[in-house]
Design a protein around this ligand. Structure first.
Ligand code: SAH
Length: 358
């Protein structure tokens, strides 16, 4: 199967010349027949990578508490659309909804919407979330006309990026092929439209280091902002990334929990890049919506009470389970694990609303 996507990419490069990273990433992740996400369940010990909700139920429970608190602060809209972008196996949502079942009126008011491209993951979501009658969407276009609370964990990092750098002129990283058909990165002159969307400080810096920009992410965040603006509500994104726009090559490929080359075996590894949270915040601000502070995952989860939750869970656990809970907590909140690298931002139509943990 990998051979087919490789062949397809190679023939496009031979016909049309080197391909930009955005197109390459979109094909590797989302090609309807051979794409990474479209052909498998990538998560968990047997998969290629793991995520916070797969590490511990406590993560989804904290997000559930945040969503319910936000819903109350929004004035308990009924009905409202609870939307998750890229729900993976549905684990986060399952934990969040179990944690909120005693919030009066919350479940009755909720209309669950899942935005997912992977048929395999849709099936996994159906299995654990069917009791909540979810509606699946391919894009945000089909969201009904009601207030929204939208969540995305490790979703934005999967949106295709492009890379530029300055060397006497602006260059873009592109994927070419040698005579044997091996794919490799190179550069070509960058087109003016791409350069026109770089942050001003990056333009002025003219660094020889790579800067990553994602027109797809920009469009997605703008669409989320439009939703919030027209229907009212909030969105929260959790992902690895940086709080300040800065240079650096963060494109990575993961397969069986190891880093591999992004250019070998296209479609067989998860490709991601760190999210530029300052950029997300600026997009939101430019549309006159409120962007929260950008906080670390560790601080966010601790403010929401994850340590107390861990303590409660440990009280009813066997010694082995208690140790697992402690280890999972450490992974989620410690500086040397996911606590600092991962960041959280929320976007809201109303700047008066005080969002928990942000
Ligand atoms: N949120 C989950 C899964 C993260 S992996 C977790 O934390 O465990 C990324 C998820 O986004 C997968 O479900 C993948 O299939 C989905 N995805 C990737 N690109 C997408 C797109 N363009 N539209 C909708 N879903 C997408």
């Amino acid at each position: 199967m990998s051979q087919s996507l490789h062949d397809l990419i190679l023939s496009r490069i031979r016909q049309l010349g080197p391909m930009d990273l955005g197109e390459y990433m979109a094909l590797c992740l989302g090609h309807p027949e051979y794409g990474y996400y479209t052909t498998r369940d990538p998560l968990g010990a047997k998969g290629d990578f793991t995520t916070s909700p797969e590490i511990s139920q406590m993560f989804g429970e904290m997000i559930g508490a945040w969503v319910a608190d936000t819903w109350v602060k929004l004035g308990r809209p009924n009905p409202f659309a609870l939307i998750e972008c890229g729900p993976g196996r549905g684990t986060l949502m399952q934990d969040a909804l179990r944690a909120t079942k005693n919030v009066p009126g919350f479940h009755d008011a909720m209309r669950l919407h899942l935005v997912e491209i992977s048929p395999t993951l849709k099936a996994a979501q159906a299995e654990c979330l069917s009791a909540y009658n979810p509606i699946w969407l391919d894009t945000l276009d089909g969201v009904p006309d009601m207030p929204v609370i939208l969540i995305g964990n490790e979703f934005l990092d999967a949106l295709p990026i492009r890379q530029v750098k300055f060397d006497g002129e602006w260059l873009e990283v592109v994927i070419g092929a040698d005579e044997d058909g091996k794919l490799h990165p190179g550069v070509r002159q960058a087109d003016a439209t791409l350069i026109s969307i770089l942050p001003r400080k990056i333009l002025e810096e003219q660094s020889q280091k790579v800067f990553e920009i994602s027109p797809d992410l920009n469009t997605y965040v703008r669409n989320v902002c439009d939703l919030i603006k027209t229907k009212g509500g909030c969105a929260i994104f959790v992902d690895y990334g940086h709080a300040i726009s800065s240079c650096g090559d963060t494109l990575q490929a993961m397969r069986e929990h190891r880093f591999v080359s992004p250019f070998e075996d296209p479609g067989q590894a998860d490709l991601t890049a760190h999210v530029d949270f300052e950029n997300v915040s600026l997009i939101c601000g430019a549309l006159k919506l409120h962007a929260s502070n950008i906080v670390t995952q560790g601080d966010f989860l601790k403010t929401l009470g994850i340590e107390i939750r861990a303590e409660l869970l440990r009280r009813h656990a066997t010694p082995d389970q208690a140790e697992q809970i402690t280890l999972a907590l450490h992974r989620l909140i410690s500086d040397d694990q996911m606590g600092t690298l991962f960041k959280v931002i929320a976007l809201c139509h109303d700047r008066e609303i005080e969002l928990a943990g942000l």
